[in-house]
Design a protein around this ligand. Structure first.
Ligand SMILES: Cc1cc2nc3c(=O)[nH]c(=O)nc-3n(C[C@H](O)[C@H](O)[C@H](O)COP(=O)(O)OP(=O)(O)OC[C@H]3O[C@@H](n4cnc5c(N)ncnc54)[C@H](O)[C@@H]3O)c2cc1C
Length: 460
């Protein structure tokens, strides 16, 4: 059996950094993948046009059928891209960041769903027009008599369910876990729609090369998904064998959870990154939540610091030492690789201080650093003593602003006073949503350009 070990973790002393494996962003890989996505889109469009003929277009319902093919092919391609954006490809995760990938995924989603729905609706209308059948009868004929069409319809409905569950109002009313399970329907929906594409798609019938390319695109997407979302996390967790080693309350309602495991010296991670954490205890094993490391790893230990906000984060207070832990990651691009200037300013509030604490430890030596931490009461400052010690070791400047927002302002003027050379610095911000937004507005007001303000959002 692996750990837990009784040896206490040395979180207070600065990390030695010796021999630690780190991860660099891979902008070239990200650019290559973006280019490949564009080429794929072009190829899909070209293949659809290539399968059209002038006679076909001018026959009854010809244009509508062409539109149905194009919307179907485009919609499916975008769905594949949406899946691949969420596959947790490590190069993309640490170059672009998961929050940005989620934003792209959300931007593509309405297009993919609308195009797929257009494909379904126009195909029924076009066939009804072409064969002079009533619309409902044509829809029924599709389901009953066309190969694999029933499965494709079920797939489309599942897709719609997943799409509606993601609309903001519905999403707010739903538990995260329910929404997540519903979201898995997308994979099922995609799988169910696959065969009808090959068996009835005009661009595939009699075109073996096109069929091969399309089939291998799907197989490739499937392999990538299985590898990075399922196989790799399982292998790594078997290797690490993580277990809870210690839970300590560090501020009211905030606990640091130390886990220990094997071979953690092989874990490449940057300060500021996060993992998805699954604690394998009764009633908790099916929750997987993102928490940032609150310090660089000290093999055999890792640490997160969690504020009890909802059901999972609150229940973590009752975890037993020895509970197995399953992690996925590291993810996120809120790291020192974002830096473009000598000076660094870190601004945090609440539990948002945790990634800043790990990031601070990971900053290159001799960088002038200012840290501003805001809290309502002194007791609420999370890891304040550790932050202070780390800043002092770097001869930086550490400020704690204690009090209510209306009592202690954190506007442009106060930020300029507290952080020397602010407008010439890279600024990393993490805290509650309202806090981050107001700090970002103040930073822009005092002339910090947008591309030098880096923030981590705790909600996707
Ligand atoms: C990148 C990132 C890093 C984070 N790091 C920390 C940290 O270091 N310490 C800390 O205390 N909190 C952190 N959080 C926030 C933490 O994940 C949520 O507070 C926690 O998931 C709440 O879960 P719950 O079941 O207790 O509450 P719920 O009531 O289920 O959820 C409360 C809120 O958290 C959101 N949420 C729940 N589960 C997830 C999930 N798996 N993915 C994304 N959002 C979710 C919900 O949409 C809701 O807005 C981080 C969040 C993100 C996105």
């Amino acid at each position: 059996m692996a750990t837990p070990t009784n040896k206490p973790a040395e979180w207070h002393s600065p990390h030695s950094g010796d021999g630690r494996r780190t991860l660099s962003p891979r902008p070239r890989v990200a650019d290559f993948l973006a280019g490949l996505t564009g080429v794929g889109f072009g190829a899909v469009t070209a293949l659809t046009f290539e399968s059209e003929s002038s006679a076909g277009l001018h026959s009854a319902g010809g244009w509508a059928l062409a539109a149905t093919r194009l919307s179907g092919f485009w919609g499916t391609y975008l769905l594949l891209i949406m899946v691949l954006l969420m596959v947790r490809l490590p190069w993309l995760e640490r170059t672009v960041g998961q929050d940005q990938l989620v934003r792209w995924h959300r931007k593509v989603a309405p297009w993919a769903t609308s195009l797929t729905s257009l494909h379904v609706l126009i195909s029924i209308l076009a066939y009804a027009q072409m064969l002079h059948n009533p619309v409902w009868s044509e829809a029924w004929t599709f389901v009953l008599h066309y190969p694999d069409m029933l499965a494709a319809y079920v797939g489309w409905i599942l897709l719609l369910v997943a799409a509606f569950s993601s609309i903001r109002i519905a999403r707010r009313k739903m538990r995260y876990e329910t929404w997540w399970v519903v979201h898995l329907y997308t994979y099922l929906g995609l799988g169910l729609s696959f065969m009808h594409q090959i068996r009835v798609g005009v661009m595939f019938i009699g075109h073996p090369l096109t069929t091969q390319i399309w089939v291998w695109t799907w197989i490739g997407a499937g392999i990538v998904t299985l590898l990075w979302r399922i196989a790799l996390p399982i292998v790594r967790n078997l290797q690490f064998g993580l277990r809870v080693a210690d839970i300590t309350e560090v501020a009211p309602g905030v606990r640091s959870i130390t886990v220990s495991g094997r071979h953690l010296d092989r874990l490449a991670v940057n300060g500021g990154q996060f993992f998805q954490w699954r604690f394998l205890a009764r009633n908790l094993w099916w929750h997987s939540h993102p928490y940032s490391l609150s310090a660089l790893p000290r093999p055999p230990f890792l640490r997160v610091t969690v504020k009890g906000l909802g059901d999972q984060s609150t229940a973590l207070a009752n975890l037993r030492v020895g509970t197995r832990v399953f992690v996925e990651g590291p993810y996120g691009a809120f790291t020192r690789h974002r830096m473009t200037r000598e000076r660094v300013v870190l601004i945090g509030a609440g539990v948002g201080i945790t990634p800043l604490r790990a990031l601070l430890e990971d900053l290159p030596e001799n960088r002038p650093v200012s840290v501003i931490v805001r809290a309502r009461n002194h007791d609420d400052v999370v890891h304040g003593d550790e932050m202070k010690a780390l800043v002092e070791a770097r001869h930086g400047v550490y400020h704690e602003l204690i009090g209510r927002r209306d009592e202690v302002a954190l506007d442009g003027t106060s930020l300029n006073t507290l952080a020397e050379g602010l407008s010439e610095s890279d600024v990393f911000v993490c805290g509650p949503e309202g806090f981050t937004e107001s700090v970002m507005a103040s930073l822009q007001e005092v002339g910090v350009p947008h591309d030098r303000i880096h923030f981590e959002s705790f909600t996707f």
